[in-house]
Design a protein around this ligand. Structure first.
Ligand code: ADP
Ligand code: MG
Length: 730
């Protein structure tokens, strides 16, 4: 007897089960039932080829139109080219030493592969094929909607379909499996939702579009409610958990910081500061997300909060995404505090504290000293990278954690913090990437948001342009001239490249916090490797920027070298810094006014926005040039144009959400999304997510809480188990 929990190796063979688990995350019958089709194919509606992008893994339904085989010129063997199409378009398939004799002209089939580009035309190289058998399938698929499942290299859409058929053939069999409906009947009735078995049946076997719409409506509710009940439960638990109140009192450090600031705080900084000060002064631990446009001055806000905590006897940790940024923060804070940041040293002020930098690259001895200062509490302000917390550093009395520029400091990381056995510290997460409301309600489900809208007065502003080098090669020359002009006027420039270069293993040094940039080219793809810092710097020194002081900065340099290079740039000893995304976030050199991003199409929208935030941080206006070979009319070209056209971070965050897959945003870790969030769209289901949030709160507030709904409670427990799983692996 099958049940929802039956492992898939008891349904399909061990090999298929292994591939399903590893490549698609499907382990049980329940996972398989919730592996919904990505779309439905119908004859005459071949996937819109214009929507496909290089690198997409897709399955298309089409008819073989032409087929020809010839010997290869350079190598032994044959190459077969097949065109498939249906009314709407056509696509080229190539096979080397092809054995698909059954792909006769006129045959219909499903073709699955990774889209690549060849001679300006989309193609599949070596797709998997499933010829549809006219005799048995013809009737069914001639009119029906053929489900196309998300597939992987070894698990094609039709393998998924066969596995599903082994689980259930009839509606009755499915109903028997699905005994527990997580949605309370009352809710189902109130929102007019169909039953669970009907919805899942229709997802896999729809007859009409309407079937799919109604099934989606219902199944999205499941996802939204389970997620929101989980988050609401966490919020309640967090609210009950005691922290330590660190009220603001006129203290040495807090007053010293305010007195030392070389500028007036903006109204926004002042208001946000007051809100934070009040919350840190309460026993209930603060959980705040501070959203502030690039350059809005978040660091100072954080520093003032940290000073308050130190004055109240606690320690504050500031976590940055990169070592470069951590070092910059430590340097800036130490400079601002002066003797007050050197308590215990000869010239230090005993009323102050110590600012300690603790990063992975410190030499063993320095590291030991730093760790000791953190453990005995003499270091009141500890600056490090995000890894600081996971590395098991002991704090004497951690009162506040500030996480800088971390878009993904979610629920799990805070759990890890609490697991350290201390009273929960106050937490402030800062990001320049505005979080759309739905994401704030899900990924950051229990963070309350504060926003810093205003930029400090007197900023010059950035203007951006795309430099389409294929179409307008002369513009690149003009870009370098602009760099020269700025340097001549006493300013400085960044040139950013996706790769470091000059390495034995080209794929090994792609940089970027999310590893999302510069994916290595696909087989059979003509794309050249992304531009490299070392190559570009050499070419610039020899050519367009000859005579200027051009230096490089990248992740393969030692921490000291990086630090020295950054200092030299800040001290204006370098005119042009050619760097990888190590300069992506937070780096603050107000005299830098130009940023040239090479192969800009290799970067995500948020990354580009962040990078652009490195210039025009002072009174001089800035210029950002996005250099790309992508045709202006391509979707990539359009995306770059959109980035150039707006500096509204909120607009760009939405764009980012559209271009990245939503799964990436949620991340398997953040939501336990393997089985939880499949259909729910953060862009489109804002209203549903908000409604589910209200219903979730109502359920928890009622007498028995979630225990009144055992099926829902089970689904919530399952989500939490997923999460625990992830925590153990992390
Ligand atoms: P972000 O919010 O991007 O982290 P920073 O905190 O790095 O921004 O601040 C950007 C720059 O603005 C820094 O050089 C900082 O010293 C400066 N700054 C911060 N607040 C103000 C202010 N109120 N007036 C003028 N300059 C400010
Ligand atoms: Mg910053």
């Amino acid at each position: 007897m099958l049940s929802l929990g039956t492992p898939l190796d008891r349904v399909v063979g061990a090999r298929t089960a292994k591939a399903m688990a590893e490549q698609l995350g499907l382990r049980t019958v329940r996972d398989l039932l919730r592996h919904y089709p990505a779309r439905y194919a119908r004859r005459g509606e071949m996937t819109k080829l214009t929507d496909l992008q290089v690198g997409d893994r897709v399955t298309v339904l089409g008819q073989v139109r032409t087929s020809s085989t010839r010997a290869m010129k350079q190598k032994r063997g044959t190459i077969t080219e097949i065109t498939v199409g249906d009314g709407a378009g056509s696509m080229r398939l190539v096979f080397f030493n092809h054995k698909h004799a059954h792909l006769a002209v006129g045959a219909w089939g499903l073709f699955a592969g990774t889209v690549s580009m060849w001679n300006g035309q989309l193609q599949f190289s070596h797709p998997d094929c499933q010829v549809l058998d006219e005799a048995t399938d013809a009737d069914r698929w001639a009119t029906a909607m053929l489900p196309i499942y998300p597939a992987s290299k070894n698990v094609s859409s039709w393998v998924v379909q066969k596995a599903l058929r082994l689980v259930f053939e009839t509606r009755e069999q499915l109903t028997e499996l699905l005994t527990d409906d997580p949605l309370p009947a009352e809710l189902r009735a109130r929102y007019g939702l169909i039953d669970q078995d009907r919805a899942i049946w229709d997802k896999h076997h729809p007859e009409t579009d309407e079937d799919v719409v109604r099934a989606d409506e219902r199944l999205k509710w499941d996802e939204a409610l389970v997620l929101q009940v989980t988050l609401a439960a966490r919020r309640r638990a967090a609210a009950l958990e005691p922290g330590i109140a660190r009220p603001r009192r006129g203290g040495a450090l807090a007053d010293a910081v305010d007195a030392a600031l070389p500028f007036e705080l903006t109204d926004g900084q002042r208001e946000v500061g007051e809100a934070l000060a009040a919350e840190i002064g309460r026993e209930q631990p603060m959980h705040r997300l501070l959203q502030g446009e690039v350059g809005s001055g978040k660091t100072v806000v954080a520093l003032r909060a940290m000073a308050q905590v130190v004055d109240a006897g606690g320690q504050a940790a500031l976590l940055a995404p990169t070592e470069v940024l951590a070092a910059q923060h430590a340097r800036g804070i130490a400079a601002l505090l002066g003797p007050l940041g050197r308590a215990g040293e000869l010239d230090g002020d005993p009323a102050g504290t110590r600012v300690t930098l603790l990063t992975g690259s410190l030499k063993a001895a320095a590291r030991r000293t730093a760790r000791a200062a953190v453990a005995d509490g003499s270091a009141g302000i500890v600056v490090g990278t995000h890894a600081l917390l996971s590395e098991g550093v002991d704090f004497a009395d951690l009162g506040l954690v500030v996480v800088d520029e971390q878009h993904r400091f979610g629920v799990e990381q805070r759990d890890a913090l609490r697991a350290k056995g201390q009273r929960a510290p106050h937490v402030l997460v800062m990001t320049a990437t505005p979080i759309p409301r739905t994401v704030a309600m899900t990924v950051y489900g229990d963070l309350e948001t504060l926003t810093l809208r205003q930029l400090p007065a007197g900023r010059g502003g950035v203007s951006s342009s795309v430099v389409p080098v294929r179409e307008k090669p002369a513009w690149l020359g003009r870009a370098w001239e602009r760099v020269r002009e700025e340097v001549a006027a006493g300013r400085q420039a960044y040139v950013v490249c996706p790769r470091i270069g000059e390495e034995p293993d080209a794929a090994a040094d792609l940089e970027g916090p999310d590893g999302e940039d510069g994916a290595p080219p696909e087989d059979g793809d003509e794309k050249r490797p992304p531009l490299a810092v070392l190559d570009v710097a050499r070419e610039l020194r020899a050519g367009p920027l000859a005579g200027l002081r051009v230096e490089v900065l990248h992740g393969r340099m030692s921490a000291e070298d990086k630090e020295a290079r950054m200092r030299a740039f800040a001290a204006r000893e370098v005119d042009v810094l050619v760097a990888t995304t190590v300069v992506e976030v937070g780096v603050d050199v107000p005299n830098a006014t130009v940023m040239v991003v090479m192969d800009a199409d290799r970067f995500g929208v948020s990354q580009l926005h962040q990078l652009r935030g490195r210039v025009a941080r002072g009174k001089h206006p800035g210029l950002c040039l996005l250099v790309s070979e992508a045709p202006t009319s391509s979707s990539t070209g359009t995306r770059l144009a959109q980035v150039a056209a707006t500096t509204d971070g909120f607009e760009l965050a939405r764009l980012d959400l559209q271009t990245r897959r939503e799964g990436d945003v949620l991340g398997a870790a953040q939501s336990g999304s393997r089985t939880t969030v499949r259909l729910l769209s953060l862009l489109e289901d804002e209203e549903l997510i908000a409604t589910a949030r209200v219903e979730a709160a109502a359920i928890l507030e009622a007498d028995l809480g979630v225990a009144a709904h055992p099926e829902l409670a089970a689904a919530v427990a399952e989500l939490n188990a997923d999460r625990a799983d992830w925590l153990e692996r992390a």
